[in-house]
Design a protein around this ligand. Structure first.
Ligand code: C2E
Ligand code: MG
Ligand code: MG
Length: 646
């Protein structure tokens, strides 16, 4: 570079060449960067003379200009080629799309079709020639009242895209559901020149969707609306009522003893029966009313536009009466009745949820008052529920607060006239309510499961007391303890009993369990293993309230029973009512035939006693000999050795 500055100094010509060379070098460098050709060696050249520079500058200038030109031409040609390639690709993509594509000319009158792709031809059955030049509404045939068409029209007018689902018709006239997206196509000036419509046949998906929706809203067994749809119908009935000022009613219908029918007919016939009931209910309602199945044997009826209680009552009377005809189930006639509870909107409840609750409450009342009837909701029913709730919360605390005690009622043998045992009976001394009888709280304790801890307390207290009397030198007597069906459902009853016997040291042969007849009939399957284990331990078993349920003798024979207790409802009128007398006699005979002992409950008079003695009853329990009494009193009774006068 040093020799170059010496030779060229002062020469204008040389300066021009120098600038040209510099410019050429820059262009060459740009070409190198752009084209990637290793032109860099040019920069490494050692330039000695101006002529060199002149020659080199000139040649570099020509080479650079040539490259520049080449690059420009090359770039332009590739851009044209790639634009053409892109067009072809888009064409091929449109042609192979599985969605139908249809382009219309927005500037021509009536928006004619200018292009359809093969998928359009496939889906609609029309060829391109048949549709080009026509308006796409040919796909809706004569079904032009679809509101979606208005949506499309207004979107097209506003130049907006739109999305609709509508009914289209193929060339052969068959209908399909089309999901359509339309978008405006604008030119450089922003004018909408065309529209592109893309649609698919979604008939299968829609049918599937509708089936799912149907399943979600209908009961699969009967096809009736299910709980989901029911709520919607109740809502609507209430809204309607508010608008027209009439009444809506909700009726809660529960079949009576369906479990028994289901168990005896078998579940498949039980299902048939439910379907037959559903069909009958449906046919006895007006088209504006609804019948839904909640599940199991529970149905709900929704009535609209009623004038009030009277007109609803008439309707319900008809429905309850419709159950007097048998249901034909697999060729046989089956009789079943129903209990119905009804609540009216707006008089009984202010919202759908409380309307249902009130109707259900009334249904329970219908059940309590003898079934096969309907019952209108009254405010007093709710008061009772509230009282029960209050009682429940008190009952929950009773055990820990030590509010329970046991009374003991003597059981007397009619041969020796001596006390051979006692029955432990639960008493609740509630601070606010005073003495609450077991009839008032045992059912509640059973329902809430509280009977389980309470029953355990009863058993422990009774066993401990029995042992205490023996330890005090009193004669050993058997201790009868009532056990609820609910307690047998607890998996660990056997363990609990074994533990309590161990803890208290009571001889198991002095313990006796009283279970009700209905427990033997309905829950005994689950209890039989426990019952057998108790029998093996030496614990005895009595069937309480015998005669009030529906005992089957074969059932009775399968259980390790020792004693039947004739229910006090038969004993009460034993001397005046021939039927009661006959039942008592039959129970005594039955017990003896089966080698069981038999005791009569609720004996209050000498006449009753005489009757029972005459009919060979083995034992009695009742106010005649002794009421249930506190432990110390019963201890004194044992000590006194008092007997029944012969
Ligand atoms: P239950 O087992 O049938 O008990 C006999 C009931 O008859 C007792 O009523 C007793 O006081 C009453 N009674 C006895 N002799 C006479 C009589 O001569 N005349 C009249 N009118 N009644 C008599 P209580 O104590 O009110 O018990 C009622 C029911 O409550 C019992 O009937 C039993 O089912 C249940 N219960 C009582 N204590 C318990 C318990 O600890 N556990 C369970 N699960 N239930 C119990
Ligand atoms: Mg009892
Ligand atoms: Mg009883």
């Amino acid at each position: 570079m040093g020799s170059y500055s010496k030779t060229s100094a002062g020469s204008a010509k040389t300066a021009i060449f120098r600038i040209a060379a510099l410019f050429s070098l820059l262009v060459a460098a740009w070409v190198v960067i752009q084209s990637g050709i290793p032109f860099a060696l040019v920069l490494g050249l050692k330039i000695e003379r101006v002529t060199w520079i002149q020659t080199l500058g000139g040649s570099l200038f020509i080479i650079s200009a040539g490259w520049l030109l080449y690059l420009l031409v090359h770039r332009t040609l590739s851009a044209i080629a790639s634009a053409e390639e892109g067009m072809k690709l888009r064409d091929r993509a449109i042609e192979s799309s599985v969605s139908a594509i249809c382009i219309t000319d927005n500037l021509a009158p009536d928006n004619p079709i200018v292009y359809v792709n093969p998928a359009f031809e496939r889906i609609t059955g029309y060829s391109s020639q048949e549709v080009v030049g026509r308006n796409p509404r040919l796909l809706q045939g004569t079904d032009l009242a679809q509101p979606e068409l208005l949506t499309i029209r207004s979107a097209l007018q506003d130049g907006r895209p739109c999305h609709v689902v509508l009914r289209n018709y193929r060339k052969d006239g068959s209908m399909y559901w089309s999901e359509l997206n339309i978008a405006p196509v604008r030119n450089d000036a922003g004018t909408v020149t065309h529209h592109i419509g893309v649609h698919s046949d979604i008939t299968d998906a829609k049918t599937h969707h509708e089936e799912l929706a149907r399943q979600a809203n209908h009961d699969s067994l009967t096809g009736l609306p299910n709980r989901n749809l029911l709520w919607d119908r109740i809502d609507r009935a209430c809204v309607r009522t508010q608008r027209y000022g009439d009444f809506a009613a909700v009726a809660f219908l529960d079949l009576d003893n369906f479990k028994v029918v289901n168990d005896s007919l078998g579940h498949s016939l039980g299902d048939h029966l439910l379907r037959a009931v559903a069909a009958r209910l449906e046919s006895s309602l007006r088209a504006t009313d609804t019948v839904a199945r909640l599940g199991g044997d529970e149905f709900v009826l929704v009535f609209c536009d009623h004038k009030g209680e009277q007109s609803v009552s008439g309707e319900l009377q008809r429905i309850v009466e419709s159950f007097s005809q048998p249901f034909s189930v697999d060729g046989r006639d089956v009789f079943i009745t129903a209990s119905v509870g009804v609540a009216l909107f707006p008089q009984d409840a202010k919202d759908p949820e409380s309307l249902m609750k009130s109707a259900e409450l009334a249904m329970y009342r219908a059940k309590e008052s003898g079934r096969n009837a309907y019952q209108l909701y009254t405010a007093e029913m709710q008061t009772r529920v509230n009282e029960r709730l209050a009682l429940e919360s008190k009952l929950r605390r009773a055990l820990e607060r030590g509010e329970f005690s046991l009374h003991y009622q003597p059981l007397v043998d009619l041969r020796s006239n001596r006390v051979f045992g006692c029955e432990a009976l639960l008493r609740w001394n509630q601070p606010d309510l005073g003495m609450v009888g077991p009839a008032q709280f045992i059912p509640l304790a059973e329902e809430t499961g509280l009977i389980v801890p309470i029953g355990e307390w009863v058993l422990r207290t009774a066993c401990r007391q029995s042992k205490a009397w023996q330890d005090a030198g009193l004669p050993a007597v058997s201790m009868a303890v009532n056990i609820s069906a609910r307690q047998f459902r607890e998996k660990n009853l056997l363990q609990v009993v074994t533990k309590i016997l161990g803890e208290t040291g009571l001889d198991p042969t002095q313990l006796e369990f009283e279970v009700t007849e209905s427990m033997i009939m309905h829950d005994a399957q689950n209890a039989i293993a426990d019952l057998q284990a108790f029998r093996d331990m030496g614990v005895k078993l009595s069937v309480d309230d015998f005669g009030t349920g529906y005992s089957s003798l074969s059932y009775l024979k399968r259980f390790p029973v020792d004693r039947l207790k004739i229910d006090q409802s038969f004993v009460r009128d034993i001397t005046t009512d021939a039927d009661d007398a006959a039942i008592a006699q039959a129970v005594i005979t039955l017990a003896h035939t089966m080698n069981l002992r038999v005791i009569a409950e609720g004996v209050e008079t000498l006449e009753q006693l005489a009757f029972l003695r005459r009919n060979q009853c083995d034992e009695i329990q009742g106010y005649l000999f002794g009421k249930p009494m506190p432990a110390d009193e019963f201890g004194k009774l044992l000590e006194s050795g008092r007997t029944l006068p012969p």
